[in-house]
Design a protein around this ligand. Structure first.
Ligand code: TXA
Ligand code: MG
Length: 325
């Protein structure tokens, strides 16, 4: 069932059930983070391996300190600038957070989502809500309640409908290994905005950490996807395929407009992020043999958008590699 009844969503959650919730990034599949069984159900519904930890969502900074310890000054600064918002911090957890949430790690990922309905829900339940993106493991994240209903509607009692997600891509994840602010997952807050607040941050690359957003094949449509700089050339090279194009700026000249999705005008990368997953969901429904997407400039949000498209492209054409999903 899908609706806007926050009270009903709270009742389900307090009873240990799983509810899809709107956030400003993507929809989450939420459960009481303090209830192991409820959290186990989230993994089951998503078919997500237990080794992949979940983000907990809380209402305010006080609640962050209720479940974690050791908030460094840099973390505090980030929270005062970006919370509520698409910022996730990796912090030492305390014993109230069960192992299943963090996959045994001493760190827990925590964020304060900037969606009024979910903030109200968090206050009403007074619970931390463990919530991964509300998609089957490895598939495209949902940015509307309809996306969630289509993918998981049979498996959960309620989808709290908060309309289309503003940001449209996942939160930026920041940890502090050895006290050094480090980006673990690029996301809706670009690196330059983070650095304006706390100075230089390290990139996660090269460190050995198991994280689902880090696995190569992720955010993937079923339709093979090619990511490229030269759209026209790649379209020419695949002229025997039924092609859908995802681009920005202008239409590709060699493909009819109804088979193209322009994510944004040039430089409006926030609009592109808002539209990206909806475009992938829709393209995947249209039975194309191939999706061809144009790379974004690697600046600001463009870098996170390319990251998602690169992962979506990892399945390759015709190799049907679903191994890590
Ligand atoms: O915007 C978002 O972050 C959305 C909304 C629903 O809040 N959530 C989301 O969750 O993207 P999920 O589960 O799809 O991705 C969570 C990411 C994964 O890359 C996971 O590995 C990382 O967070 N993560 C969670 N807990 C972690 C931990 N203890 N240590 C390292 N990485 C962690
Ligand atoms: Mg996800």
């Amino acid at each position: 069932m899908r609706g806007t009844d926050i009270q009903l969503a709270a009742e389900y959650l307090l009873r240990g059930e799983t509810v899809a919730i709107p956030t400003e990034t993507v929809y989450g599949l939420a459960a009481n983070a303090l209830d192991e069984k409820a959290v186990a159900r989230v993994f089951d519904v998503k078919q997500r391996p237990l080794r992949n930890p979940l983000i907990i969502h809380v209402a305010d900074v006080d609640q962050i300190t209720r479940y974690t310890s050791g908030l460094l000054p840099a973390a505090q600064k980030l929270l005062s600038h970006f919370a509520p918002g698409p910022l996730t911090l990796l912090l030492p957890r305390n014993s109230s957070i069960p192992d299943i949430v963090t996959a045994g790690s001493p760190l827990v990922a925590v964020r304060i989502p900037a969606h009024p309905m979910t903030l109200q829900l968090l206050r009403l339940t007074d619970l931390p809500l463990a919530a991964p993106s509300a998609n089957p493991f490895g598939y495209i994240s949902p940015t509307t309640a309809e996306h969630v209903e289509k993918m998981l509607g049979q498996k959960i009692p309620y989808v709290l409908d908060g309309g289309p997600c503003d940001a449209g891509i996942e939160s930026t994840i920041i940890g502090f290994p050895d006290g050094v602010p480090t980006i673990y997952r690029e996301g809706a807050i670009p690196k330059d905005k983070i650095e304006k607040i706390i100075g230089p941050v390290a990139a996660f690359a090269g460190k050995k950490i198991h994280a689902p957003g880090m696995s190569a094949v992720h955010y993937s449509p079923n339709t093979p996807l090619i990511l490229c700089d030269d759209l026209e050339q790649v379209v020419r090279d695949h002229n025997n395929f039924r092609i859908g194009v995802i681009t920005h700026g202008n239409y590709a000249a060699s493909v009819t407009a109804d088979n193209q999705w322009i994510l944004c005008k040039d430089n409006e990368w926030e609009t592109a992020a808002h539209n990206l997953y909806a475009a992938l969901h829709e393209m995947d429904e249209r039975n194309y043999e191939l999706i061809i997407a144009k790379t974004f400039p690697e600046t600001g949000l463009g870098s996170a958008l390319n990251d998602r498209l690169r992962r979506a492209a990892m399945k390759g054409v015709g190799n049907g590699n679903h191994a890590t999903n």
